[in-house]
Design a protein. Structure first.
Length: 228
């Protein structure tokens, strides 16, 4: 008997909500969340938010940017010429500082200008400043003394809640037993959860069937076979 032809999954937009009420607070991120929540009573004009890929850094940065009416840019966008404009907003988020090709003289000038103008800077990165490949000692020194908070990998409760949110973002209602089944077997990271939910959704669409534990198990077995 011939297999049932699979449907072609469409790349429909997924609504990712980045509001404060959508951020899931747990022991793995509560220090970072509380520091963001304390603004504008920060102890310094510069704050560094650290965490693994897809750990929630951009979500927290977006929450702060909305409150502070801050602009959001990449580290590679900071130039000497742009500094006066960038510090004029009162708040600035600089994303992915550890991998975006920082112009070191420009960043050094930006930090100095921000402190002089009273502009708040929120920098995001996966690792601390010593891992950014910087060579300007004065810049490294200024970054080292800036307060920071680290988001760690999610605990069991947070990972389960994130899985629920990822399915809801895709307008999918999943039984809690399937959520627990997935949580116990995927890598403990938000990036892994996000990637697995996307693959599971696409596989369900291709088969024209609802997402079940059996389907999740099949994909997980494929992962295990590929890694063995």
């Amino acid at each position: 008997m011939k297999d049932k032809p699979q449907q072609l999954p469409l790349d429909l937009p997924v609504e990712t909500r980045l509001e404060a009420e959508d951020f899931l607070v747990s022991p793995s991120n509560e220090n970072a969340f509380h520091y963001i929540d304390q603004w504008p009573e920060w102890t310094d004009k510069v704050f560094i938010l650290l965490g693994p890929e897809a750990s929630g850094k951009s979500h927290l940065a977006a929450i702060w940017a909305s409150r502070a009416r801050a602009w959001v840019i990449k580290g590679s966008e900071v130039t000497i010429e742009s500094v006066p404009h960038l510090v004029s907003s009162g708040g600035l988020v600089i994303e992915d500082c550890d991998r975006s090709g920082i112009n070191e003289p420009a960043m050094f000038h930006l930090i100095n200008a921000a402190r002089e103008r009273g502009t708040f800077l929120l920098l995001t990165a996966r690792v601390g400043p010593d891992g950014w490949g910087l060579s300007t000692l004065d810049l490294i020194s200024r970054l080292r003394i800036a307060p920071n908070a680290r988001i760690s990998e999610p605990d069991d409760a947070l990972l389960a809640a994130i899985l629920v949110k990822l399915f809801i973002d895709r307008q999918l209602v999943i039984d809690t037993t399937i959520i627990e089944f997935i949580r116990e077997r995927i890598e403990r990271s938000i990036a892994s959860a996000r990637d697995f939910v996307e693959r599971l959704d696409r596989e369900g669409l291709a088969r024209g069937k609802p997402i079940t534990r059996a389907l999740a198990a099949k994909l997980l077995k494929i992962d295990e076979a590929a890694s063995s």
